[in-house]
Design a protein around this ligand. Structure first.
Ligand SMILES: NC(=O)C1=CN([C@@H]2O[C@H](COP(=O)(O)OP(=O)(O)OC[C@H]3O[C@@H](n4cnc5c(N)ncnc54)[C@H](OP(=O)(O)O)[C@@H]3O)[C@@H](O)[C@H]2O)C=CC1
Ligand SMILES: CCCCC/C=C\CC(=O)/C=C/C=C/C=C/[C@@H](O)CCCC(=O)O
Length: 329
């Protein structure tokens, strides 16, 4: 029998999650049945969606939702061999059993030298979010100007680099000077610390006096309300996330955006990356190619130890990560 460690949601979050909202438990896993696999998590992802989704999808006592890169340690399924690595959506667990239907093998072209944890970030869901959000929602064109917030994060850092590959001028903002330095290192044309500028409006105007064709919004809230006024005519806004609101106990009352929407004839579209699940292979193939070619740089914020998952999650929500926040078991 294998003992799995799991993190359960002890208490629904009120405001920012606290370590006391989680409980670490042990589960004895049964022996495998024919067709089943036993897997051990190697890397686990902590993502912003877990905050709003926990309230929507979970009840207290449930195992925290999430994804991982896992290694097959025992197999009674001829389609999967021991030692292979997969991406799974089994939540915050050290070990779990699968019937093979809810896991995806890492691409066969995955270079041995490339960290497999990237399958949770740049060459995974966040990377796909950037890829499809830019191509299918922003519909960026060469020569345009792209704005992205939370730009040093898992999604934002890929948005900026893909926009550069697409021949655009890229402006990014992030919440620390170290993050701003990172943005310039990976090729952003302009970057600033939104926490220290005296005026966000002025900082955005200085970065791009002519305004923005595309706005890839990861943050929402006041930032979005200010940025929308600097969109060019017929600009496009990809509403990817609203992390400025996820931890609010009382919903923010945002200023209205209808006026610029109308007079600038803007397109503003919310999206979920799962919309393109049927094109996942296309996106992963393109992202992996750009990473291998060095055209897309990757950075990971690695927290060591399964016991530190709550801290890694809370740290990511508080902006402590540059690049993709992951936990190494
Ligand atoms: N629609 C979809 O399908 C998907 C949407 N998303 C969304 O994309 C966004 C980015 O996700 P991801 O790249 O994984 O996360 P990140 O790696 O960017 O980490 C979250 C970052 O958000 C920033 N942040 C946190 N709180 C605030 C705040 N109050 N105001 C402004 N910025 C804040 C912090 O960076 P900083 O230092 O810059 O403040 C923090 O590092 C999230 O909103 C997420 O929900 C992600 C994946 C799929
Ligand atoms: C204040 C409300 C905010 C609503 C928008 C919330 C989050 C947007 C976002 O981050 C969406 C992320 C979607 C991620 C999808 C991931 C899947 O690959 C796996 C999700 C886990 C699972 O379904 O088991």
């Amino acid at each position: 029998m294998v003992t799995a460690k799991v993190w359960v949601l002890k208490k629904h979050f009120e405001g920012f999650p606290k370590t006391s909202d989680f409980d670490l438990k042990k589960i004895e896993l049964p022996n495998l049945k024919d067709g089943e696999l036993l897997l051990e998590s190697v890397f686990l992802s902590v993502d912003p969606y877990m905050r709003p989704y926990s309230r929507r999808d979970m009840k207290e006592g449930d195992i925290m939702i999430g994804t991982q890169v896992a290694r097959i340690v025992e197999s009674k399924n001829p389609a999967f061999t021991v030692g292979a690595f997969v991406v799974a959506r089994s939540g915050w667990r050290t070990h779990f059993i699968s019937d093979g239907k809810d896991i995806q093998l890492l691409p066969s072209s995955w270079p041995e030298s490339l960290p497999k944890s990237l399958a949770l970030g740049t060459v995974g869901m966040p990377g796909l979010t950037a890829y499809f959000g830019l191509l299918e929602v922003c519909k960026m064109k060469p020569g345009e100007t792209v704005l992205v917030n939370a730009a040093a994060g898992a999604v934002g850092s890929v948005v900026g680099q893909l926009a550069k590959i697409g021949g655009c001028k890229v402006v990014g903002c992030a919440g620390s000077d170290d993050k701003v330095a990172y943005l310039k290192k990976i090729g952003f044309d302009e970057a600033f610390n939104y926490k220290t500028v005296t005026s966000l409006d002025e900082a955005l105007r200085k970065a791009s006096p002519d305004g923005y064709d595309c706005f890839f919004d990861n943050v929402g809230g006041e930032f979005a309300s200010i940025a929308i006024n600097q969109m060019k005519k017929h600009g496009r806004i990809a509403v990817c996330g609203a992390i400025s609101q996820y931890n609010d106990s009382v919903p923010q009352k945002g200023p209205y955006v209808q006026v610029p929407m109308i007079f600038k004839e803007l397109q503003m579209e919310g999206f979920l990356v799962t919309r393109w699940n049927n094109r996942r292979e296309e996106g992963l193939k393109a992202l992996l190619k750009w990473v291998v070619e060095g055209k897309v740089k990757c950075h990971e914020q690695v927290t060591e130890g399964f016991e530190n998952m709550p801290m890694a999650f809370i740290g990511m929500l508080k902006g402590e990560n540059i690049g993709k926040a992951i936990v190494k078991v």
